[in-house]
Structure formats: C-alpha cells, structure tokens
Write a protein that binds this ligand. Structure first.
Ligand code: URA
Length: 440
C-alpha cells in the first residue's frame, strides 16, 4: 500500500478501509510517512471528509497508538469531561468538584492552552505548589480517596494525535469535523474513564462557528464513544462571548473559587451546573432532573467548594490562597481600557479576546512559549451592557508594560459598540445523547 495511492483515494472521495487508515496513522506516528504526504492526506480529509466508520476506525487507531489508561482499580464510575476549547472556559474547575461532591469519581487528564484558548493544567499551575505531574500510583490513590484528581496529559497518551495535531496546526486543517472528532475521542478513550461528557462550543470563540457543525460534531463523538462502550453525551454551548468575566490563568482560578462559593457570574454558574448535572447523570445517579437538583445542592451547601479544596490539598496546592484568593500573586502592571464610544456592546469576538489575553502573556503563541500566570483580562462590560464613552470596559493585567499597547488594540478589535441592543443569545443550546438532540 503506497501512501500516494491512499492520498489519491481520499482526494477522489473514496472510502478508506481500517487497514488503510492504520497504515496512514501508524506510519506517520512512527516516522515512516513524511510530513509532506501526511499534510496532503489531511487536506484531502478536510475537503472530502470521512464517513462515520472511517472516523471510528481512525479514532481507535489513534487511541491505541500509545498508553491505554486502566482506571479499574479506582472504585466508582469514572466520568471525564472535555470542552472543545474556548475563552474564559474554567468550567472543569467548577463542574468537576460539583460532580465529585455528588459521588462521581473524576480521574482526569487535562491539556494546556495553545493560541487563543486556555488549558485547565495551566490554570491549576497558577495555584502555588499545585502538582499536575503525579506518578500513576499516587494519581490512582488521590482519585480513589478524594474522588477527584486532575493532572496533565501523560506523554504517551494518543501520541498519534499529538503528532497529527501539530501538523494540522500549521497546515490549516484544524477545523475539520472528522479530524476534531478523532483527535478528541482518541484522547478521551485512551484516558480510561467509563463515561465522557463533551462540551461542544459554537460561536466566534469556537472551532465550530456554525451551530449545525457543532451538532454534527457532537453527534459523531457521542456515537463513537458509545460504540466503544463509554457512556457519552454532549452539551452544545455558546462560545460567542467569553465565559464569565475572567480570562487568564490565576484570574480564572479566582473566578472559579468565587463561583464555588456561590458568588460567581450567572453564565458561568449555570453552564457549570448543567455540565455537572450531566456528569452525574452519565454516572447513573438518577434522572437528569434529579441530577440537576443534586448539582445545585452541592454548590449551595459548600460540599463542591470543599471538594475543590480537598483536591488542591491532595495535589500539594496551597489552600491558604484558595481561602484568600486576594493573596494570589498579582500582575505588576494593570491598565483600564476605556470605551471607544458610547452605546450598547453588541458583539465581543471571543477568539479576539483570547488573542488579547495571549498578547498580555497569559497564553502561548507556540507550544514552547512560557506563560505568565497572573496575566489576563477582567471583563468589566460584556455583550448587551450599556457603556459611556471613556468608561472602563476591561482591565488588562501583565508583568510587562510593553505588551499593553498591542493587547489593548487587539481587545478593542474584539468589541463592537452600537446604538441598538443586541439579540439575546442562549448559553446552553442543546444536549446530545444516544436518543438524539434536545434543543433547550
Ligand atoms: N481539541 C482537540 O483536542 N483536538 C482538536 O482537533 C480540536 C480541539
């Protein structure tokens, strides 16, 4: 089987067999297929797509390309959660402790941020002392005893995805439904949880800009998960506007703490409650309406906040800063962005807000970039708010004042102000299970 023939087959819209997919994915991972041929193949998939059988086969090969984590020695039903990526998305820090407080076991590997999107591991590392690299036995022990442990992704989890993603990133082939589905589900399947809850984002700050694409991606991923025996569901949620008011690592941890203390922004609180309820549902704890009630109670009675503290303490983090978030290390430089006009904020481009935060040092332009944990943006005004000319609409935080002018410019490009109020948008758009799509 020559790679050139397989590229040609996909280029002409053909269907690849499991053996052919294996040849391509493993050949590339093992260095036998060069980048230029894999790039051509990825572009052929981008334009021609793959049917569901091809996507499932590709996912299975990618999952099996490295370690398949076995969590069976941890008692209870293990539930994983994955967001397709967003700006200000600190939901794992809130939804996972809520679900854990309701008896769901979370033994989770999370990623780092790249480009305009943040990553849970970077956020957790802004907590002094917090360890995201933990030996396997200790990870199992913490998850078993505390009910929740979140660490960084091990080096050998789905190595095929790591290599393919790096190539997709530089060949304009990231936003392809089959490639995203294979990438996400291979990592989730290899990570070993019994159930998977997906948060598929749609809008200006998401890979899937159009709702119909987000639904399609969610449906495919749910079916792939179920096919390999993982109970899987997805929420379709809005990422047209950043979530909450904080973008940037320690700023987001502080917002997550406030949310678990019942003082969080409404959008973030409601999305986290729905995510947690669906995690509890997947773990088989009751009907979805009962699970929603359980999630709300865990937030209100403080048990979810206590779970976050238990996890942080078990992973070496300083609990003192959690109880006193004002003691988190502060960025040295702080600047208020004045509104360039008066009126309603009609649109905030979430991806552009993420870029502004990255320019302040909160994100990585390349995988090698170092991040500044205290950098980021506090959104004072969001879509729908009325602003006066010159009134502060955001606070920018950084350790390097030279970064402010470009970041402010980028931020102002994200914000549209006009004389008329915008249409209100739904935050939680739908829920996809094996039974189909339920629009909220
Ligand atoms: N997140 C992933 O892990 N992979 C993709 O391809 C897109 C988002």
């Amino acid at each position: 089987m020559r790679m050139v023939d397989l590229i040609e087959k996909k280029r002409d819209g053909g269907k690849l067999s499991k053996k052919e997919i294996e040849t391509i994915i493993l050949g590339f991972t093992q260095g036998e297929i060069p980048d230029y041929q894999m790039s051509a193949f990825l572009m052929a998939v981008y334009y021609r797509g793959m049917d569901e059988e091809e996507i499932s086969d590709m996912t299975a090969v990618m999952a099996g390309s490295g370690d398949m984590v076995d969590l069976s020695e941890i008692p209870g039903v293990k539930v994983d959660k994955h967001s397709t990526g967003g700006v200000g998305d600190k939901t794992t820090l809130i939804a996972a402790p809520i679900a854990a407080a309701c008896g769901v076991t979370i033994a989770k590997m999370s990623g780092r941020g790249l480009g305009f999107t943040g990553g849970t591991v970077d956020k957790l590392e802004s907590i002094p002392g917090f360890r995201t690299e933990i030996p396997r036995e200790e990870f199992m022990k913490i998850a078993g005893e505390t009910g929740i442990c979140v660490i960084g992704q091990s080096g050998n989890l789905a190595p095929a995805d790591k290599k393919i993603y790096a190539l997709r990133d530089v060949t304009a082939t990231v936003d392809s439904i089959p490639l995203i589905a294979g990438s996400i589900m291979s990592k989730k399947i290899a990570a070993g949880s019994d159930c998977i809850l997906l948060d598929v984002k749609t809008g200006s700050g998401a890979f899937m800009k159009k709702l119909e694409d987000a639904v399609k991606l969610a449906e495919i991923m749910v079916r792939i998960g179920e096919k390999v025996g993982r109970h899987t569901a997805a929420l379709i949620t809005n990422m047209d506007v950043p979530l909450g008011h904080a973008i940037g690592n320690s700023l987001e941890v502080i917002e997550a703490i406030h949310t678990l203390q019942g003082k969080g922004p409404e959008d973030l609180t409601s999305i986290c409650l729905e995510l947690a309820a669906n995690m509890i549902f997947l773990a088989g704890k009751g009907e979805i309406s009962q699970c929603r009630k359980m999630a709300r109670q865990a937030l209100q009675n403080g048990s979810a906040y206590q779970k976050l503290k238990d996890m942080i303490s078990a992973q070496g983090g300083d609990i003192g800063v959690i109880d006193h978030p004002e003691t988190f290390e502060k960025a040295r430089v702080y600047h208020e962005v004045p509104a360039p006009a008066g009126g309603y904020i009609t649109h905030m481009d979430a991806a552009q807000c993420g870029i502004a935060s990255m320019l302040l040092g909160a994100g990585r332009a390349t995988k090698e970039s170092l991040i500044d944990h205290s950098a980021g943006i506090e959104l004072i005004k969001k879509t729908g708010d009325v602003v006066k000319l010159g009134e502060p609409i955001a606070r920018l935080y950084t350790s390097d004042s030279c970064l402010l002018p470009d970041a402010q410019k980028a931020y102002l490009q994200a914000v549209e102000i006009s004389d008329y109020p915008p249409m209100t948008q739904k935050l939680i758009i739908g829920r996809v299970t094996t039974k189909g799509v339920e629009y909220v």
